[in-house]
Design a protein around this ligand. Structure first.
Ligand code: UD1
Length: 418
């Protein structure tokens, strides 16, 4: 067990490059299972979740190698058609291999993901869609067992624009017989990146990035080469780190348009955000003002940046209102922020953040990935020392987080937690 020790008071300055997007890379890795030949994925982030997905693929029997941010995945003829509990409970995103294995090999057995720190996250939409495509599903001993000699295209309407369900069903539809229409599909850039990769593999898909995606099933897919898009959530975290410390931070390696709503809200709060070709930079010319934010599926404000945004609002001039519409438990971070001197009250999925003059360092515990990042950001402006425990959550999704912050001038150290 390790913890971060953050000494508050540094003003962050400089340029940092965003790594490849976790939420895209994991799905591209699952899609590679469907190719008849090897695939190469570049711009792979060095994070624990990617290492877990490598374990999932190796368990299935694939040959996987990773060198200098490039993954090579070689499919096999007779894989193990299973994602075991030990790996799925560690990383819920493993369930996306369900659609890929089922479509390619006619059968799959995947552990039901259990509870998750940020709330109840079901997979009912994934399962209902697969059933509509003709899969026979059963749940036995905590596993979903799916079978279909060949899936058939269907018109599927998602009750909620779930990223995971959209991705699972996209992969399944790529090799199904006939046309699948996914309505109310997720519009996140990571879904579009998956479509880009599947298209290179030979899939026929239209409408990526819109709420209606149409897939004409093909008989087989080949291996492909693809570079993961830049991580908009990591980029947003560094922009907010710059803003909370009233510094000047430039983040490269991204598509600025992917952060449009975040930029909009940061500007509303008084930040100056400049757009480059593949970069965004932030500075804070005056005071930060209280604002309202409400999380929504893309292109709305991302739930994955809500805790970090709250940190900026803790020391704003005035009161902010935050509504969390995606996950039940995303306010678990609030108790920890209040331990650092923030003044946040929550009721159901609403939070009222009253700006305070300063935060003060204290020991705090990361409850999930984004909460962990938010607590580090709070530590950067808290007076004295903040110790952030359970940083394995941060390691799941941030590539060299402390190193990148240090390069911007932060005082942060990783030490053994007793
Ligand atoms: C993905 C991202 C996560 C991000 C989230 C929302 C990955 C690995 N993770 O998670 O970082 O916070 O999108 O942008 O890409 N739901 C159901 N039934 C389902 C599926 C989802 O009720 O079958 C609900 C969930 O409980 C949740 C909401 O839909 O309340 C959003 O979930 P979803 O978009 O599926 O998130 P993930 O794909 O799990």
């Amino acid at each position: 067990m390790e913890k971060f020790v953050v000494e508050g008071g540094s003003r962050l300055e400089g340029t940092v490059k965003a790594s490849g997007a976790k939420n895209s890379c994991l799905k591209l890795m699952a899609a590679a299972v469907m190719g008849d030949g090897p695939s190469t994925i570049g711009n792979v982030p060095d994070i624990a979740d990617v290492r877990t997905m490598i374990e999932v693929l190796r368990y299935i029997g694939l040959e996987v190698s990773l060198a200098e941010g490039e993954l090579t995945i070689k499919p096999v003829e007779s894989p193990v058609l299973e994602a075991p509990y030990e790996l799925v409970q560690r990383m819920r995103a493993s369930v996306v291999v369900l659609g890929a294995l089922l479509a390619r090999f006619g059968k799959a057995r995947v552990a039901m993901p259990g509870g998750c720190n940020i709330g109840t996250r079901q997979i009912d939409l994934h399962l209902r869609g697969l059933e509509q495509m003709g899969a026979k599903l059963g749940i036995s001993h905590g596993y979903v067992e799916a079978e279909a000699p060949r899936l058939t295209g269907a018109h599927i309407y998602l009750d909620f624009a779930s990223m995971g369900a959209t991705e699972n069903l996209l992969m399944a539809a790529a090799l199904a017989e006939g046309r699948t229409v996914l309505d109310n599909a997720a519009k996140e850039p990571e879904v579009a990146d998956l479509v880009g990769f599947l298209s290179k593999m030979g899939a026929r898909i239209e409408g990526a990035g819109t709420s209606t995606i149409v897939v004409e099933g093909v008989g087989s897919l080949k291996g492909a080469e693809h570079a993961v898009i830049g991580d908009r959530i990591e980029a947003g975290t560094f922009l907010l780190a710059g803003a909370v410390t009233r510094g000047e931070v430039n983040v490269t390696g991204i598509v600025p348009g992917h952060l449009e709503m975040v930029v909009e809200k940061m500007r509303e709060a008084g930040c100056d955000v400049e757009e480059g070709e593949d970069s965004l930079s932030v500075s804070v010319p005056g005071t930060v003002k209280g604002i309202e934010i409400s999380t929504l599926p893309y292109p709305g404000f991302p739930t994955d940046l809500q805790p970090q945004m709250q940190v900026l609002l803790t020391t704003a001039d005035g009161t902010s209102f935050v509504t969390e519409n995606i996950f039940d438990n995303r306010f678990m971070v609030v108790d920890e922020l209040n331990r650092l001197g923030a003044d946040i009250k929550t009721k159901d999925h609403h939070a009222v953040v009253r700006g305070v003059e300063k935060l003060s360092g204290a020991p705090v515990t990361a409850t999930d990935l984004r909460a962990g990042a938010a607590l580090v950001l709070a530590g950067l402006i808290a007076e004295g020392v903040t110790e952030v425990y359970r940083i394995e959550h941060i390691d799941r999704g941030y590539d060299r987080f402390a190193e990148k912050l240090t390069s911007l001038g932060a005082d942060i150290r990783r030490v053994e937690a007793s």
